[in-house]
Design a protein around this ligand. Sequence first.
Ligand SMILES: Cc1cc2nc3c(=O)[nH]c(=O)nc-3n(C[C@H](O)[C@H](O)[C@H](O)COP(=O)(O)OP(=O)(O)OC[C@H]3O[C@@H](n4cnc5c(N)ncnc54)[C@H](O)[C@@H]3O)c2cc1C
Length: 389
Amino acid sequence: MTAQSSVVFSGQPDFAVLGGGLCGRLVAWRLAGEGYRVALYERGDAAGSGAAAWVAAAMLAPLAEAAVAEPLIAELGAASLDAWPHLITQLPEPVFFQRNGTLVVWHRADRAEASLFERRVRANAPAALFEQGGFTPLDGAALAQAEPALAGRFNQGWLLPREGQLDNRQVLAALAAGLAERRVATHWNTSVADDALPPARITIDCRGLGAKPVLSTLRGIRGEVARVHAPGIGLTRPVRMLHPRYPLYIAPKQDDLYVIGATEIEGEDMSPISVRSALELLSAAFAVHPGFGEARILELNTQCRPTLPDHRPAIVWDGRATLRVNGLYRHGYMIVPEVSQAAAELAAELVTGRVADAEGFEHWRRAARWAPMLRLAGARETCASGTGA
Ligand SMILES: Cc1cc2nc3c(=O)[nH]c(=O)nc-3n(C[C@H](O)[C@H](O)[C@H](O)COP(=O)(O)OP(=O)(O)OC[C@H]3O[C@@H](n4cnc5c(N)ncnc54)[C@H](O)[C@@H]3O)c2cc1C
């Protein structure tokens, strides 16, 4: 333990949360808000720079993501999008949050991509998402009105008006402040190994890819992004460009900062971004708006998305005193309000003894809102091969 917390409990805490990236911070903060005594252990710093959450674009796009995700993810995303504003108002520091929609564009030569995208979204997204705004087709004039920065550059597109985004690093900072406010014992720069777990009644493992030793089916999917400063372009919402080889998003944050991403490459390679990826991302951004030619590159980043075989998040109880929350893949920000809420609810059941065995778990699971995410290790379909603990 390299960074002891100033919060000291007499006796062991109720919960030890391992991993203070996105999910661990939120689970710890929720449980502390319920009055539990919580300790959090994070291998990296308090800023969160060691987490996948640090490099993410933090788009909250359940409809756009339905092109590559199943209905459960779209539903979790839609519910979470509604939950974020309330959650943010409870944090002690401001977080940039916007619900100004996503703009989807494509070049005329790539119109086949557009119909494929629409077919996939219509197949995977719950009907309610369409009823609540869905797709608004835009011709060139309407697109220019919606997003003046792109006037004259695309002659058609879709506006997905209800989607959102936030500033990932502000979320991590505000959650760190929220943990301090709620008297969570935070241990930053503290790596936890599975054979030396910290004392607690219940352990909640939110280590992302760091849980691989106990979640053998977990894998990383490499993602590379650029962060650039581009004054004068003035995009007002995330823009996705459909392309058969170089699909791209550009997410505008505050102060003319843009996150441009992202590659999706199988493998747990955390080495710096390749020249090929950097060229592709930046050229594609330049093709969306030539103003990016004068942007200043602030960072080129790589991280790996923690991913389970079915590309779903999972909350896995080992039948004893450990809960694992993992597999948030490319949708962490989009779904974490609901995932962390479900995890915190199950954690409370375990620590109070209201769920104490497989039968009790199954009873509770059946009544839970997000039952498909909840699993008992060793039961059929579990993701946690070889956990035992
Ligand atoms: C390039 C990229 C773009 C993305 N864009 C989006 C997006 O637009 N929208 C969206 O919703 N999601 C996006 N994501 C996905 C999102 O970032 C992840 O789903 C999310 O960060 C997963 O949260 P997590 O807490 O499970 O893992 P992480 O955020 O990785 O946190 C895990 C934490 O555990 C810590 N840890 C690991 N091992 C140990 C140990 N032994 N002891 C203690 N601590 C440990 C790590 O240091 C880390 O801080 C993106 C991801 C990437 C890589």
